[in-house]
Write a protein that binds this ligand. Sequence first.
Ligand SMILES: NC(=O)C1=CN([C@@H]2O[C@H](COP(=O)(O)OP(=O)(O)OC[C@H]3O[C@@H](n4cnc5c(N)ncnc54)[C@H](OP(=O)(O)O)[C@@H]3O)[C@@H](O)[C@H]2O)C=CC1
Ligand SMILES: O=C(CO)[C@H](O)[C@H](O)COP(=O)(O)O
Length: 508
Amino acid sequence: MSSTTQQCQIGLIGLGVMGKNLGLNLADNGYSVAAFDLDNDKVQSILSQDEIERGSQPARIHGCSSFEDMLGKLEKPYLIILSIPAGKPVDIVCGKLLELGLSQDDIVVDTGNSLWTDTVEREKQYHGKFTFFSCAVSGGEVGARFGPSLMPSGDKAGWARLEPVLEAISAKVDAKTGLPLVNNEPGNPVKEGEPCAAYIGPTGAGHYVKMVHNGIEYADMQLICEAYQSLRSALGLSPKEIAEIFREWNKGPLNSYLIEISADVLAQDDPVTGEPLVDKILDVAGQKGTGLWTALGSLEIGSPAMAVTASVYARALSGLKDNRVKASAILKGPATCKVEESEKEAYIQRVHDALYCSKICAYAQGFELMKKAGEIQGWDLDFAAIAKIWRAGCIIRAVFLQSITDAFNKDKELPNLLMDDFFAGQIEKFQSNWREAIVDGVRLGVAMPCFTSSLSYYDSYRSETTAANLLQGQRDFFGSHTFERVDEPRGQFYHLNWSGERDLVRIK
Ligand SMILES: NC(=O)C1=CN([C@@H]2O[C@H](COP(=O)(O)OP(=O)(O)OC[C@H]3O[C@@H](n4cnc5c(N)ncnc54)[C@H](OP(=O)(O)O)[C@@H]3O)[C@@H](O)[C@H]2O)C=CC1
Ligand SMILES: O=C(CO)[C@H](O)[C@H](O)COP(=O)(O)O
C-alpha cells in the first residue's frame, strides 16, 4: 500500500499459527493485507516474514496497531478475516468492529474452529449490521501457508464476494488424478487444478462440516495410534521400525498425510537424549473441543459415530496418567503378550487391514452424521463436493478421499459409505484379517478401542436384526415403555401386562 493512494483489500485479525500463514498466503496470491493482533510481536513477526519473502517488491502486508488503525488502512466495503480462538474472542472482536462503524456491506469472516451453533447465533445477531460469514479452515500451519482446505458457508452474496479470494488461497488437486498439487515455495502459489474450497451451505453448515472433519481426524489419528501400539507391544518393534512399516503402508490404500506424519514422528530422535522422541513425549493427549462436539452432536441426533466417541474417550483415558501408573502395578493382563517371530509378517498385514477397514467405518460414520444433520437442519450438503475439498490441504487428506468422492458422485443419496460397491468390496476382502487383528489384540491384552468399536459398528450395521428386540422387551417389562411388532405397521405400539395376565394391549 502506498500510504497515500491505495488501501488494503483485506483486514486480518489474529496472527498466531494460522493467521500469520493465511496472511502470507493471501499476499502470495496478490492481496494486500492490513494485519492486526493484540500482541504487537506477532504483527512484527508477519511484517518481517513478508519482508524476507517479497524481496524487492513493495510491502504486501501492513501492520496495524489497533482495530481503528486497521479499518483506516482498509478499502470499503471492508473484508475482514478473523483467525482467533473460538468462543468469546469472536464476540469481542465483532462487538468492537461494530462499535467502530461496520455497515451492512462489510463482511467479517470467521476462520476459527467455532462451534457451529455459535456461528448460527452470530449470523442472526449481526444480520442487518454487517455480513457475518464463516469459513472453516483445515490444514494446520503449512496448509494455511500454502493452501488449506476451506469450508465456507453463510450468506450467498458474501460467498460471491469471497469466492475468488478463498479459491485462490486454497489447496489444489489435479482434476484427473485427484492428487494434491503441492508447491511449498513462498511467492509461487499453485494456480492450476481444482480448488479445495466449496460453498457448503447456509450459516453453520461449514462449521458443522469442519467439526465432523475434526471428529474423523480424531478417529483416524486414534486408529493409527492403535496400529502403532499393537505393533510395538506384540512384536516389540522399535519406533523407527514402525516408521518404516508406515512408510510402506503409505504407498497403498492407507496413503495419507496422517500416516506420513506419524512415520516422521516415530522416526524422530529426541534432540536432548538421542532416544526416540515418541518415548519422551508424555502420553497424555490434549484436545480443544471439536472431537467432543462431534461425539456429543452424534449422540444428540442418534447418528452412531462410535469411532469418534471412542477416540474422545481414548484421549480422556490418556489423561488418567497417575491412576494408570498405579493400576499398571496391580492389574494383570494375559500371560502371553508377544507373538512369535515367524508370525511377524502376517501380524503386520493383519494390523494394516484392520486399520484400513476401521478407517472406512470411521469415515462412513462421519458422512452419515453429516447426512443426518443436514436433513435436520435443511442443509442440502453435497458429499461428493465435501470429499473433494478434503482431498488436499486438510489434515485428513488421503488418496482414500478420491474413492469417497467417486462413491457420492455415483450415488448422491448414498445412505452410508459401507453400502457403496467399492467400500463394501474392500471390507469383504480384508475383514478376516481385521477380525484376526482384533482377536490378537484381545488375546495379547492390547487396548484397541477404536478398532473394536469400528468392527462392532460394521457388524451392527450389517445386521437385519439386532438385540434391540430384547431391549425393548426389558423396557416394556420394567417401565411399560411399549414396543412395536415386526408383524404390524410401524407406529403401532403394544404393552404386555408383565405383572398380571401377560395379555397384550395395543396402545392408542
Ligand atoms: N492451529 C491449527 O492447526 C488450526 C487452528 N484452527 C483454528 O484457527 C483459530 C486460530 O488458531 P491458531 O492460529 O492456532 O491460534 P493462536 O492462538 O496461535 O492464534 C490466535 C491469535 O489470535 C490473537 N487474538 C486473540 N484474541 C484476539 C483479539 N480479540 N483481537 C486480536 N487478536 C486476538 C491471539 O493473540 P494472543 O496470543 O495475544 O491472545 C493469537 O495471536 C482457532 O479458532 C483455531 O481453533 C483451525 C484449523 C487448524
Ligand atoms: O482443526 C484443527 C486441525 O484440523 C486443529 O489443529 C485442532 O486444534 C485439532 O484439534 P485438537 O487440538 O482437539 O486435537
